[in-house]
Design a protein around this ligand. Structure first.
Ligand SMILES: NC(=O)C1=CN([C@@H]2O[C@H](COP(=O)(O)OP(=O)(O)OC[C@H]3O[C@@H](n4cnc5c(N)ncnc54)[C@H](OP(=O)(O)O)[C@@H]3O)[C@@H](O)[C@H]2O)[C@@H](O)CC1
Ligand SMILES: [K+]
Length: 537
C-alpha cells in the first residue's frame, strides 16, 4: 500500500478505537443536544444532514430485520424525533417498502428539520404523509404491521399526558400483534429521570443514536426499552472526549485494556494467595462454587475457611483449594484468627467473605473481630452483607477500598428502600463516596459505584444467570482478581464483565434455561481466551 493509504488506514483505525472508547460515556439529554449542536458547528455537516445520517442508519436496521412485505406505520411527533420518522418513511419507500407516516399534532409548532423532511416526503410520496390532529384517532393497522415510534425523543420536557398519553396507551395495546421499534428513545421515557407511573411506549427494539441513555439501564424501564441497538451517527469525538460523564458503560476494548496477560516467568506466588471465608451447613455448595470460580479466574493460591461439615465436600469438589476447618460443625466462628497479627494477615493478598456463610451469632461475632483487625480491601458478599446490614456500627468498620456486591434485596437491607431506580442510583453512589467503598449493585446491567462518585454499568450477561450460585461465582472471580493485583476498580469492571460473558457463552451452548452456576465457571476459560485475542486499543 502507498504511504498515504497507510496513514488513511491508521487514521480510520484510530478513529474507530477512539469512538469505541468515547461511546462508553452515557450523556444526559442536555449533553446529547449539546453534542448535536457542537457537531453541526465544528464539522462540515448540517443538522438536516445529521438527521439524514440517523435516518439512513435506522432504515438499514429496519431493512435487515423486516422484509418488504411488512407494512410500516411510522408515528411522528412535531420535533426532530418526528423528523427522523419522516426521513425514515422516505428512505423505506425508496427501498420499496409500503411505509406510511402519521404526524401527531401534539404541538402547534414543528421543528425546522421536521418541516424540511415533511416537505421532502410529501414531494416524493404525497400519499405517505397523514396528519392526525390534536385529539384525532389512530388509523386501523394492517395485520402484522411494524410500528415505528418517532413521536418523542430526547426533547421530552415533561411527563406525557392527555391525548398523546392515550395514543401511547393505544399503541401499546396493539402488541403483541404488532412489533414496535422506537427511534432514539421509547416515547414518553425520560432519559435521565425516573419515568415510573408515566405513559411510555413499550418498544420491542430501541434504536438509539450514538449513546446508551441512563434510562435504558434501569430495571424499572425494562418493559419500555426492549432490545437496544446503538447506531453511530458520527457525533463529534472532540465534544465527547472533552465532556465529562458521571455514568459510563464498559465494553470489550476497555476491559481488554485492564486485563494483564501473564508474563513467561510468572509463578503461583505472582498471582496472590486468597482467603475465602464461606459456607455453613446446607450451603457448602456456595463455598464450593465460589472456590472453583476463584481458582478458574487465575488465583495463585486459595485457602478456604469452612465449618467442619464442609471439609470433605470442599476437598473432593475443589482439590486445588486448601482448607482451614473451623471448630464449629455447622457454621464458622473462628476465621478472625487468621488476621489477629499483621504478619498473619499479610499472608493473604485479599479476603473474600460471604457466600453461604450464614448469619449465626458466632459468625457475626467473628466478622466483627475480623473487621477490628483487618484494614486491607476485602470482597464482601451475601450473608456477610446481611450481617453488616444488621449493624450500622459494623458497616462503618469495613476497610476503605473494599468491594461490596449486593443484589437489590441485600442493597435494600444495607442502605434502605428507595422510591425508584434513579433514587437507588443516588443512594448507591452516595454510600460509595461517603464510605470510600466500591459497591456493585447486581442486575441485568450491574451498576458499579466508585468512591469518586462515578458509576459504570456492565452490559454482558443474560437472564439465564438468574440462578442459584451465580452470585457466589462472581465473588470467587472478584476475590481471585484482587489477589492477582488488580485494583478494586479494575477488579469490578473486569470481573463483572467476565462473569457476564462466561454466562453468555454458557447460555449460547446450553440455553438460558438449562445453564447453571457451574457452567459459568466452566466457560470462564473461553472468556479469557476471547479477551486475550482482542488487541487493546
Ligand atoms: N442528538 C442528536 O445528535 C440527533 C438527534 N436526532 C433526533 O432528535 C431528537 C430530539 O429532537 P428534539 O430536540 O426536537 O425533541 P423531540 O424529542 O422531537 O421532542 C420535541 C417535541 O416534543 C414536544 N414535547 C416535549 N415534551 C412533550 C410532552 N410531554 N408531551 C407532548 N409534547 C412534548 C415539544 O414541544 P413543546 O410542547 O414542548 O413545545 C416538541 O414539539 C432525538 O431524540 C433524535 O430522534 C436526530 O435527528 C439526529 C441527531
Ligand atoms: K421515539
Amino acid at each position: 500500500m502507498p504511504d498515504g493509504a497507510w496513514s488513511l488506514f491508521f487514521a480510520y483505525i484510530y478513529k474507530l478505537c477512539l469512538r469505541r472508547i468515547l461511546t462508553m460515556k452515557i450523556f444526559t439529554a442536555q449533553q446529547i443536544r449539546d453534542a448535536d449542536a457542537y457537531t453541526i458547528r465544528h464539522t462540515p455537516i448540517s443538522s438536516l444532514a445529521l438527521m439524514e445520517k440517523a435516518a439512513i442508519a435506522c432504515t438499514a436496521w429496519i431493512c435487515r430485520h423486516y422484509n418488504e412485505d411488512t407494512p410500516v406505520y411510522i408515528f411522528c411527533g412535531m420535533g426532530n424525533n418526528g423528523g427522523d420518522g419522516l426521513a425514515i418513511t422516505r428512505l423505506l419507500r425508496n427501498r420499496g417498502y409500503n411505509a406510511v407516516a402519521y404526524i401527531l399534532h401534539h404541538s402547534t409548532k414543528a421543528s425546522d428539520d421536521h418541516t424540511a423532511n415533511r416537505n421532502a416526503l410529501q414531494q416524493q410520496y404525497h400519499a405517505a404523509v397523514n396528519d392526525i390532529p390534536d385529539n384525532g384517532l389512530l388509523p386501523q393497522l394492517d395485520r402484522n404491521a411494524l410500528i415505528v415510534d418517532a413521536i418523542l425523543g430526547t426533547g421530552l420536557s415533561r411527563p406525557v399526558e392527555g391525548w398523546i398519553a392515550g395514543i401511547i396507551q393505544q399503541l401499546n395495546d396493539l402488541k403483541p400483534q404488532h412489533e414496535i421499534v422506537a427511534i432514539d428513545m421509547p416515547s414518553g421515557l425520560q432519559a435521565d429521570a425516573s419515568s415510573i407511573n408515566n405513559p411510555v411506549i413499550k418498544a420491542d427494539q430501541t434504536l438509539s443514536f450514538e449513546f446508551y441513555k441512563l434510562a435504558f439501564l434501569l430495571p424499572e424501564n425494562a418493559a419500555f426499552v426492549g432490545e437496544i441497538c446503538i447506531l453511530s451517527i458520527d457525533l463529534s469525538p472532540d465534544y465527547i472526549a472533552q465532556t465529562p460523564s458521571r455514568f459510563n458503560i464498559t465494553d470489550a476494548f476497555q476491559v481488554r485494556s485492564i486485563y494483564r496477560p501473564r508474563k513467561p516467568f510468572s509463578h503461583k506466588g505472582t498471582f496472590g494467595h486468597a482467603l475465602l471465608i464461606a459456607g455453613s451447613e446446607g450451603k457448602i455448595g456456595a463455598a464450593v462454587l465460589s472456590a472453583k470460580a476463584c481458582l478458574r479466574a487465575g488465583v495463585g493460591l486459595l485457602s478456604c475457611h469452612i465449618p467442619r461439615c464442609g471439609y470433605q465436600i470442599m476437598q473432593i469438589s475443589a482439590p486445588g483449594a486448601m482448607c482451614f476447618i473451623d471448630e464449629q460443625q455447622d457454621h464458622s466462628s473462628g476465621f478472625h484468627n487468621h488476621v489477629l497479627t499483621p504478619e498473619a494477615a499479610a499472608k493473604f493478598k485479599v479476603i473474600g467473605i460471604g457466600p453461604g456463610l450464614g448469619t449465626a451469632a458466632g459468625t457475626s461475632w467473628a466478622l466483627e473481630k475480623l473487621l477490628d483487625h483487618y484494614r486491607q480491601p476485602m470482597v464482601i458478599d451475601a450473608d456477610a452483607l446481611n450481617i453488616l446490614a444488621s449493624s450500622p456500627a459494623l458497616l462503618k468498620k469495613v476497610p476503605a477500598g473494599s468491594l461490596l456486591t449486593p443484589h437489590p434485596k441485600e442493597f435494600e437491607r444495607l442502605f434502605g428502600k428507595t422510591a425508584n431506580d434513579e433514587e437507588r442510583l443516588k443512594v448507591l453512589s452516595q454510600h460509595a463516596v461517603e464510605r470510600q467503598l466500591n459497591i456493585l449493585l447486581k442486575g441485568r446491567y450491574t451498576a458499579m459505584a466508585f468512591p469518586d462518585g462515578s458509576i459504570w454499568f456492565n452490559a454482558t450477561g443474560n437472564p439465564g444467570m438468574a440462578t442459584g450460585g451465580s452470585g457466589d461465582v462472581l465473588t470467587g472471580i472478584l476475590t481471585s482478581l484482587m489477589a492477582q493485583g488488580y485494583s478494586s476498580q479494575e477488579t469490578m469492571l473486569l470481573g463483572v464483565y467476565l462473569h457476564g460473558l462466561a454466562g453468555d457463552h454458557a447460555a449460547a451452548a446450553l440455553s438460558q434455561e438449562a445453564m447453571i452456576a457451574e457452567d459459568i465457571v466452566e466457560f470462564l476459560g473461553k472468556t479469557f481466551l476471547e479477551l486475550h485475542k482482542l488487541k487493546p486499543c
